[in-house]
Design a binder for this molecule. Structure first.
Ligand code: AMP
Ligand code: MG
Length: 354
């Protein structure tokens, strides 16, 4: 059973989005009053596009009339997908998983290096060599099955990010070790697209990369972007955070899961210590911070850690904000968000992490 992530950016005007991979520029287009109340918007020119990549729907919207830039952004998305895909036979990661040492693009090298740093920092809660375990559970080909304990312990012998050797132009991994960048790829993509937008002096943009939200600057009317945080058990939002120049990235049990023949539910995030899908008190973890790749890595890793350890991790770092929703209807957020979070769901018990 699969349910796509539905975290969306509130209050964005996507204009008339054309078909897949098409894009659209609205010049001097009237914007509905309930969406924006500033006259400023009337003179803004908006370019927006929806494309399908990395197994998800992505929306890009920026405030400038520049079709060429949109084409470059879409080219970059396709280029990175072609580098990082685990299933495309021509990708760096596919070839690496088959051949143990391959020449890779600069982006692949940079992302693998950054990811290794984040695996270390989270003491292995994030581990980009979990691919054989993830595949065994069926999360790659949707053929879900609960593996035996023996199968898992055999596969866990090949899990360990420390075995990855990033060299000058190549990456090498021991035979049997396989990489999956699914926990960090969209965050990295968000960072790359943000840099491209900033290089073109775009100071207002919002990217929704399959639920990974990346904001550039503020909304055209000068107010903060409002990003909804999904209810893990329904198709609505439990809270809204207001941000500028930040990534807002969520990992949740609801994104992808299946019900085993034993009647238990198994989610797509795996504890590298056991090879088992995470089953703690958390239903979702949202990380808000400057770096997309770091937020993406931490949303996955803090989900694995569980609430207590995740809180401690935040206390030791404090360079990001976090929102935790538990399976027992509680929402906890770090105190830096106090003035920028609206809890919509009044049934939630609220706690502030200090
Ligand atoms: P995210 O949605 O960013 O939390 O990433 C989840 C994806 O990363 C899963 O679909 C797996 O492909 C992969 N994954 C699952 N568990 C882990 C983990 N502990 N460390 C790294 N990658 C993981
Ligand atoms: Mg992630």
């Amino acid at each position: 059973m699969k349910r796509s992530l539905l975290v969306v950016a509130f209050l964005i005007v996507l204009g008339t989005v054309t078909g897949c991979n098409g894009y659209n520029t609205n010049e001097d287009k009237e914007v509905s009053e309930d969406t924006y109340n500033s006259k400023m918007v009337d003179i803004q020119k908006q370019t927006s596009s929806e494309i399908y990549a990395m197994d998800t729907v992505m929306n890009i919207a920026y405030y400038a009339a520049d079709d060429k830039l949109m084409k470059n952004l879409i080219d970059k998305i396709e280029e990175l997908e072609a580098d990082f895909s685990v299933s495309l036979p021509t990708s760096d990661i596919y070839k690496l998983n088959m051949q143990s040492e391959v020449r890779v693009s600069e982006d692949t090298k940079e992302l693998v290096n950054k990811a290794i740093g984040l695996c270390k920092e989270t003491k292995g809660a994030l581990d980009i060599t979990l691919y054989p375990v993830i595949a065994e559970w069926g999360f790659i080909d949707d053929k879900y099955e609960v593996p035996t304990k023996d199968t898992l312990s055999n596969l866990l012998k090949y899990v360990g990010y420390k075995t990855i050797d990033v060299k000058q132009n190549t990456i090498a991994i021991p035979k049997g070790v396989q990489i999956d960048l699914g926990s960090v790829a969209k965050g990295y993509l968000g960072d790359e697209l943000s840099s491209m937008l900033e290089a073109e002096n775009i100071d207002s943009a919002i990217l929704n990369l399959g639920g990974n939200i990346q904001t550039i600057g503020k909304k055209p009317d000068g107010t903060l972007w409002a990003v909804g945080i999904q209810n893990p058990t329904a198709e609505d939002y439990v809270a809204v955070v207001e941000v500028d120049n930040k990534a807002v990235i969520t990992s949740g049990i609801y994104e992808r899961y299946f019900k085993g023949e034993d009647g238990n539910y198994y989610c797509h995030i795996i504890d590298p210590a056991t090879g088992m899908p995470v089953n703690n008190e958390l239903a979702s973890v949202t990380i808000i911070g400057e770096s997309g790749v770091r937020c993406d890595a931490l949303s996955t890793a803090l989900f694995v850690m569980g609430l207590q350890e995740a809180e401690n991790f935040w206390r030791q770092n404090k360079d990001f904000e976090a929102v935790f929703i538990t399976k027992s209807n509680e929402i906890y957020f770090t105190k830096g968000l106090s003035n920028n979070i609206n809890i919509i769901d009044e049934d939630l018990k609220v706690g502030v992490i200090e």
